[in-house]
Design a protein around this ligand. Structure first.
Ligand SMILES: Nc1ncnc2c1ncn2[C@@H]1O[C@H](COP(=O)(O)OP(=O)(O)OP(=O)(O)O)[C@@H](O)[C@H]1O
Ligand SMILES: [Mg+2]
Length: 285
């Protein structure tokens, strides 16, 4: 069954207008994000790619309400939400499973924080365990699970928090290629069943093209939107599509954009290291 077209009718699910973020680093301003405009429709799947350190996780911290932007606005369902903490599901870059809790009790953490009774929360989690490939592991501890399983447990926790929007920060970043491929196909199935709106960060261009309706490429720090690419490949999508001409063309365009930014980011880094050693050298002479 083909998923219906995303609705961009008024209002979009999430909209960022001119979002900038500056931190202070050793007393000097660090411009991390600059005038980000971004739009995510209801039921959309949007990916963000960009060089390391360009502010992707910071952007998610801002959308989730953990951080405030220095300037710009964040609209959820067309409304500014000054107190949006807890209004979207967020799976941070590290899975953050608590080693002393079983998989089931890790999965229900978000519900417990929301005040849901443990017995009810566990019942909810057990209902989804099969779909997340964790049936039989409910009483296991994170240390005894494979990387893929841990990521699925963390995703289950995000899904159980029952928010319409899920922010997933490099959920498959640490997995081997084979596990990653099956997790991508699995996520597409889950997305189709649960009808969530997903914002997804990745460093993997194949992954971004395979999963998304649209991909945003950010520049090296300060992160600005360099390219917005609609991915008009048919759905349902499977990994076989990565060799199709349409896929390869989209990938080429995105890789070109990201390559320039990775080089810029590396140049900045070397400049920083050179300056630091120059500074260090003077100190010791
Ligand atoms: N709370 C903070 N205070 C000061 N600087 C911060 C803070 N949070 C993030 N930064 C800086 O902002 C920049 C962007 O960090 P961020 O984690 O958002 O990058 P990223 O694009 O997610 O990188 P990666 O791809 O490696 O995960 C980095 O230079 C980081 O050191
Ligand atoms: Mg990050």
């Amino acid at each position: 069954m083909e998923r219906p077209q995303v609705q961009y009718s008024s209002p979009p699910k999430i909209e960022l207008k001119g979002v900038s973020k500056h931190f202070s680093m050793n007393g000097r301003p660090l411009h991390v994000l600059e005038k980000i405009d971004l739009c995510v429709g209801d039921g959309d799947f949007v990916s963000i790619i960009g060089p390391s350190g360009c502010g992707k996780s910071t952007l998610f911290n801002i959308i989730s309400g953990l951080e405030e932007p220095t300037e710009g606005t964040i609209l959820v369902d067309g409304q500014e939400m000054p107190h949006r903490l807890g209004s979207v599901g967020y799976m941070p870059q590290k899975d953050l499973l608590l080693p002393w809790r079983t998989i089931l009790d890790n999965a229900i953490l978000g519900l417990e924080i929301q005040g849901v009774r443990k017995s009810i929360a566990r019942k909810e989690a057990l209902r989804l365990l099969e779909e997340f490939g964790l049936r039989g592991f409910e009483t296991s501890y994170p240390a005894s699970l494979s990387g893929g399983m841990k990521q699925r447990a963390a995703l289950l926790r995000t899904v159980l928090a029952d928010k319409k929007v899920m922010l997933l920060d490099e959920p498959f970043g640490a997995l081997d290629a084979l596990t990653r491929t099956s997790m991508q196909e699995w996520l597409l199935r889950i997305w189709d069943v649960l009808r969530k709106t997903i914002l997804f960060i990745t460093h993997d261009v194949d992954e971004a093209v395979l999963l998304s309706n649209r991909v945003y490429v950010l520049t090296a720090r300060p992160g600005r939107v360099k390219l917005v690419k609609d991915i008009r490949l048919p759905r349902p999508r499977t990994y076989d599509m990565v060799t199709s001409a349409a896929f390869v063309e989209l990938k080429g365009e995105l890789l070109e954009a990201i390559k320039e930014e990775r080089i810029r980011a590396l140049d900045e880094e070397s400049l920083w290291v050179a300056r630091a050693s120059e500074h260090g050298g003077r100190k010791w002479t």
